[in-house]
Design a protein. Structure first.
Length: 388
């Protein structure tokens, strides 16, 4: 970053002023003391320097990527075949299918603790079923692909990135072995989300583009499932592009995604589809997110008001959207409205909220503006583990 700053002829103080960040933060980033700097902050600095965000990220690795939780280590051992279910009764296809559907339901209801307890048996049973059906393994492989997408989704959500990489790699391989490009694409959608959370913007954008081109549907005869998978790949591409200061590319992705959403005409999705719901409301929520990333909170709130109240997106998408709205209120110094939204999300998704660094940053900004904190602020800070 120092080299890019010097090429622009900027002092550290001038760059801090242009990017709207503190001088101490600029110094710490240049000295390598802030490897956990949020992606949105890096984007502001990159925009001020006239470079891509990925230039600043480089080979930065997230500390959150390491797996230290014994439960996750055990799941990873099972995924790599180091732990067998030898001697256990062989699972049935129908039984495993029902278990996967129930697991996905837990994920979308944000019941992460309960879901974590069933990951190990799901993985071991899926492996056992594939081994037992070696000669006719198509159905078993499809089920294991779905199991691994559950594992990858939860691991990404809770920032166990190595476990997610392993699970989603298996999911993609198994789905491709069955010849189901849409199931494979759903694994790729989650892989793109993982890359975004790791700050690997180029990889996310390129992967989304590759697979969107690969499965691009013929709108006149495409199924809703095919359009939804394609649309979500475009949304991932847009998310990567806007974060990397590629606004025109982000708009192109979003325009195509909106065309797909209009083609469907409603929020399409079910508990067994990993790209969750897709439709006009989902695309509009992602447009709000892009406005936030592009530092336009007034536009974000205006777009948010246009989203149909009757829409029914999945909870994780809705809650992420509400954080964007809360952040927009904070940027406009409307702290009361932002706090109300955080409290609403806590009520609706108590297991989801503590895992969101975005929510921590929003609350930290609100509390940092107050000399004295209300009981609601203290209670929320305690709940989220925020140091005051």
């Amino acid at each position: 970053m120092a080299a890019a700053r010097k090429r622009r002829g900027l002092t550290q103080s001038e760059l801090a002023s242009l990017a709207g960040v503190s001088l101490s933060l600029i110094r710490k980033i240049e000295q390598g003391e802030r490897p956990d700097t949020r992606l949105e902050t890096l984007r502001k600095i990159a925009k001020s320097l006239g470079v891509a965000t990925t230039t600043l990220i480089g080979e930065r690795q997230s500390v959150a990527g390491s797996v230290t939780d014994p439960q996750w280590q055990q799941v990873m051992r099972a995924m790599t075949g180091q732990d067998d279910a030898t001697g256990d009764p062989l699972p049935t296809t129908g039984g495993l299918d029902s278990a996967v559907t129930a697991a996905v339901r837990l994920y979308h209801l944000d019941n992460y603790r309960e879901l974590a307890t069933v990951l190990l048996p799901l993985v071991t049973e899926a492996n056992a079923l594939v081994a037992a059906q070696e000669d006719e393994a198509s159905t078993a492989l499809a089920l294991r692909a779905r199991v691994m997408q559950v594992v990858g989704s939860l691991a990404t959500q809770t920032r166990h990135f190595k476990a997610s990489e392993l699970a989603l790699g298996i999911a993609l391989r198994d789905a491709q072995d069955t010849g189901d490009d849409i199931e494979a694409a759903s694994a790729v959608i989650t892989q793109c989300w993982l890359l975004l959370r790791q700050g690997k913007l180029d990889e996310a954008r390129e992967l989304a583009t590759l697979w969107a081109d690969r499965i691009e549907p013929r709108m006149s005869r495409a199924t809703d499932r095919e359009v939804a998978a394609w649309g979500w790949l475009l949304l991932r591409g847009s998310a990567a592009a806007i974060r990397d200061n590629r606004a025109s590319e982000a708009e192109d992705f979003m325009r195509l995604a909106l065309a797909g959403a209009v083609r469907i005409g409603r929020e399409h999705g079910s508990y067994h589809e990993y790209f969750t719901t897709f439709g006009p409301a989902t695309v509009q929520m992602k447009n709000v997110e892009n406005a936030i990333i592009d530092a336009n909170p007034a536009k974000a709130l205006r777009l948010a008001q246009q989203i149909p109240q009757a829409a029914n997106p999945t909870s994780d998408n809705l809650n992420r959207h509400l954080l964007d709205v809360a952040y927009a209120h904070v940027q406009l110094r409307q702290y009361g409205q932002a706090l109300e939204l955080l409290s609403r999300i806590r009520w609706d998704a108590p297991e989801w909220l503590p895992h969101q660094r975005y929510a921590h940053d929003i609350l930290a900004t609100i509390t940092g503006k107050r000399r004295t904190l209300t009981d609601e602020m203290r209670d929320l800070a305690d709940f989220m583990g925020l140091d005051l």
